[in-house]
Structures are given as C-alpha cells and as structure tokens.
Design a protein around this ligand. Structure first.
Ligand code: PLP
Length: 289
C-alpha cells in the first residue's frame, strides 16, 4: 500500500474523501489540471478553486444578465432568484429548515462574528463563555461582552472517547480555565443580582483550524439545556444560553446538522470551501429566542 492509500484508509472518512463520487486522482486530473506535479500544502485557509467551477462561473456570468435585484425586470429577478437559491443551498447543507433559520451573507466569518458581537443583547448579567481552542475572531467577541459589563471566561472541554473512537463531550467535562473571570464595569454588576433573565453566549469551533481538533456538537444541546449543571451552580450559569458554532473550518469537512444540534448562530467562510470567490461568508441565525 502506498502512502496515499494508507493516508486515505486512516483519514479518508474523517475528511470526507472515502465516499466522494470521484477518487482524489480523478478530481486532480479533471479539476486541478494546473497543479501538474506540484505538491500543494496548506489546506487551512488557502483552498484552491477547481477549474470546472471557474468554467461554470464564467459561462454563467457571460450568458446570463444579472441586474440590480432592487428593481423589477427579468434581469432583476434573475439576481433575486439566484441569491434566494444560494441561501436555500447553504441552509440545506447544514440541514437547517427555512422556517427556523436565516442565512445572511457577509464578507467572511470574521464579519459574521462582528455582527453577532454588535447585536447580541449583552447586559451586565450576561456571560460570554468560549473554549480555549478558538480563532482570534471569536476571541474578539470578548470585547463587546466586557464593554457591556458582561463576564467572559474560557473553558476547557475534556472529551471522553467512546469505544468506537468517536469523541463525545460529556456533561462533566467542563473546566473553567480563566480565573478570575473577566468583568468590566463591576459597579454595574453590584446594582443588580445575577438573575435568570440574562442572555449568555457560548462559542466553540466545530473544527479548530490550528490543531484540527473537532468538538462534539453535543455541546450545543448540553449547554442550552444544562448550563447550570455544567458550571456547577456558578452565578454565571444563570439565564438563557445561546450557542455559536464557528464552522469556518469545520464546514469543509463536516457541516453541522442543525436539525440535531440547533445552534443559534453558525459562522461560515466560503473561500475555505471553494477557493473562489474570496471575501464571502455567511451568518446562519436561528429565528426567535
Ligand atoms: C478562517 C477561520 C476564521 C476566519 O474566517 P474569515 O472568513 O477569514 O473571516 C474563523 N474561524 C475559523 C475556525 C477559521 O478557520
């Protein structure tokens, strides 16, 4: 067995190659001809676009008239239709019903996170909790939270591994890492007791782009339903928990199934999936509370 076969045997399923309709060699010789004998390393953020994809885009843009979607004409409808269809495909890809979720296009995952930071109903009773392994752009949410007097802290999640090798995060595996908890505007917090009407946010990556570690999506339901238990009655556990999955990396190998793991926010980065166009991402957001 050569090295490539060995690699695919061990990691093929994990990275979604085993059941791909075409073999890697076939994909490479039909869609990435320009690579020739090049060894292209780094698949964390500089995905190559495929040649078939570029041909299809070129054909579409040179044969269809796309007008301003804000007016009424065939060319406007063409634009509205294709945008609506793109939104539907993004939601379908993570099994999110159009009734429960909306897809908002952004300039990337970072811009989607910024939208959350700016609009989340932070208060001095809120908590922002995040896993140690997180992209810098997620850590940036801390400032929005702290500026409104909210508390922010990192947690470590020890993953229990099942016999079949699948990792699962159990309820008992949360460890609050950052002491003391960061809180700004402490004066504000003394004014009111920490009661149950605050909105809290928990953020984790479905796959870490640095270590490659994948977190169990069970975290979504665990935190939404059992935060008080997980945080062992800490005053910061009270209130309504919302969960954010940073899927900028994980979307490429395993999109989260939102019908099973109903996260409130998912951020995505499309250049990591398609290579082209760059500067495009999305915020998937759950309707209602
Ligand atoms: C790349 C990446 C981001 C940032 O995505 P942009 O679209 O470049 O803003 C955030 N989180 C993770 C896990 C990433 O891999």
């Amino acid at each position: 067995m050569d090295g490539k076969e060995e690699f695919l045997k061990e990691f093929g399923d994990f990275y979604g190659y085993r059941n791909a309709p075409k073999s890697i060699d076939e994909i490479r010789s039909t869609e990435f001809k320009r690579l020739e004998d090049t060894v292209y390393l780094d698949h964390a953020g500089a995905t190559l676009y495929s040649e078939l994809q570029m041909e299809a885009i070129f054909k579409d843009l040179t044969t269809t008239v796309y007008g301003n979607p804000h007016s009424q004409s065939d060319s406007s409808s063409a634009t509205s239709d294709i945008v609506r269809e793109a939104r539907r495909q993004v939601l379908d890809y993570c099994n999110a019903s159009q009734k429960d979720y909306k897809c908002i296009f952004t300039s990337g995952a970072t811009a989607a996170l910024k939208l959350i930071g700016e609009n989340f109903p932070w208060s001095c009773k809120s908590t922002f909790m995040y896993t140690m392994e997180n992209h810098n752009s997620v850590l940036g949410l801390r400032e929005y939270a702290l500026n409104q007097g909210a508390a922010a802290f990192a947690v470590d999640i020890n993953e229990a591994v099942d016999q079949d090798g699948a990792s699962r995060s159990s309820l008992t595996s949360f460890k609050v890492l950052q002491h003391p908890v960061q809180i700004r505007n402490e004066a504000k917090i003394l004014e009111g007791e920490l009661t149950g009407d605050a909105y809290n946010l928990f953020a984790f990556p479905s796959e870490c782009n640095f270590s490659g570690m994948r977190f169990s999506l069970d975290l979504v339901n665990n935190v939404k339903q059992n935060a008080e238990k997980i945080l062992e009655g800490s005053p910061y556990s009270k209130g309504h928990w919302m969960v954010l999955i940073d899927a900028a990396k994980g979307f490429a190998t395993q999109p989260p199934d939102l019908s099973l793991y109903p996260a409130d926010f998912v951020v995505i980065s499309f250049y990591k999936l398609f290579g082209y166009p760059t500067g495009l991402g999305a915020l998937i957001i759950r309707n209602g509370k």
